[in-house]
Write a protein that binds this ligand. Structure first.
Ligand code: 5GP
Ligand code: ZN
Length: 115
């Protein structure tokens, strides 16, 4: 399902260009426009849902596929020595795009650690 007002739905549909790292029928991985690490990739299920709280059973299967594919996506993005995954949920976490996405960050040792 697509939300015509959603920027990541438009990226998945090819209506907004992106630097793709990986794509299949269920998910897309593309480079963040404002990278917070030497390698910063966003992994998104193509089916639109804003947060985990809004996810249905079929979308949960797609999210599982995202995680299963992430080691391959990390390799395709050139990450050889590890990476960090972040999923922001809602206002307090600073979520700005309300289409669920997994941040894949790496390419250098992480500095100040939050976790
Ligand atoms: P959030 O803050 O919602 O967890 O993360 C949204 C991310 O999407 C941000 O890191 C932001 O830089 C990225 N972003 C927003 N708009 C675009 C865009 O049009 N293209 C790409 N590649 N990334 C975007
Ligand atoms: Zn969307």
């Amino acid at each position: 399902m697509m939300d015509p007002n959603c920027i990541f739905c438009k990226i998945c549909a090819g209506e907004i260009p992106s630097q793709k790292v990986y794509e299949d029928e269920d998910l897309l991985a593309f480079r963040d426009i404002n990278p917070q690490a030497p390698v910063h990739v966003l992994v998104v299920p193509k089916s639109h849902f804003a947060t985990l709280a809004e996810m249905d059973a079929a979308q949960a299967e797609l999210l599982k596929k995202c995680f299963v594919r992430i080691p391959h996506i990390a390799q395709a993005a050139g990450l050889k020595d590890g990476y960090r995954l972040i999923i922001n949920q809602g206002k307090d976490a600073g979520q700005t795009v309300f289409h669920l996405h997994i941040h894949l960050l790496g390419g250098a040792p992480m500095g100040e650690k939050m976790l």
